[in-house]
Design a protein around this ligand. Sequence first.
Ligand code: SF4
Length: 359
Amino acid sequence: MNNALDNQELSERLIKNIKNMKFDRKINIMEVCGSHTMAIAKYGLKGILPEEVKLLSGPGCPVCVTASSRIDAIYRLAMRKKVVIATYGDMIRVPGSSPDISLRNAKSFGARIKIVYSAEDALDYAKKYPDEEVVFIGIGFETTSPTAALIIKDAKRENIKNISILSLHKVVEPVMRFLLEQPDIKLDGFLCPGHVATIIGAKGFDFISRDYGKVGIITGFEPLDIIEALYMILTKLKKGESSIENQYARCVNYLGNKAAVNVIKEVFEPCDDVWRGIGNITNSGLKIREEYRNWDAAAKFDLTYEEEKSTACKCGEVLKGKISPYQCPLFKKICNPDNPVGPCMVSSEGSCAAAYKYK
Ligand code: SF4
């Protein structure tokens, strides 16, 4: 029997066991990572759960949680002469505080936007064009912040002065704590993000059971990974146990990647940060340390951020797991991938985009 058949048999067995589970109360499980949200929608995994169990999307899509005031500031920066914005493609169409503020629109007015696939691409570009002023938009969690930190170190070591990083990086633990402490959000457990766990280790999620008595299963991104993690989490909940388990042991160890954690700490320090639609969360962001100030775009260009404006978009409620995209009055009627009102419809990891694409 080959692996595929093995996997199919195992999946079928796990799905059958999950479907047969009964709970005498409502159970809410949150998947924190945008890649999990997409995989769950793509493979229809909500459909394998008992009816008392709800799977909620969380705030793990980096594009979706980037505050609109930061998009506005990037837009203003992009309009400056000589500045080249180097960014991941998903950021291009994200609207800021109004629909006409986006990098796509900035580009139509002559702004120079370069799509990159990594922080290293941005550094290579800066080396190739020393007369240009490259600003790399650093978004993402502990998975992407180490590479941003490395290019800052490289730029300093090689004395490359025409690149800076706008750090909009975020940290997973504070936002999970924030959600666990909201009186109106009831969570029983988490599918924890496997990518982040490769950096911070399983230990980085211990607080979920230690401080809140909840369950967390670190999991990968294949359908079988998620099915197995759902089975593990529901089995724990059925037994009334709370612990952190590592389903993704082929990539994640307990202590994580020490070198990556160290480079994050060396270049960045924690700061309070605003999450789109959610608000300010203490120590949930990463700012560039004083020692690397010359490579900090916020300092270099004296960037300021305005107050977040409220809009009709319900991304904040979606990201907190309070509503599903279908409950947003704009979903499909006004907001769709061709006319995204909020970032959750733009990003390839956004809950609204996933719901639109795979429903
Ligand atoms: Fe925002 Fe559109 Fe999602 Fe509604 S459907 S929450 S407007 S992105």
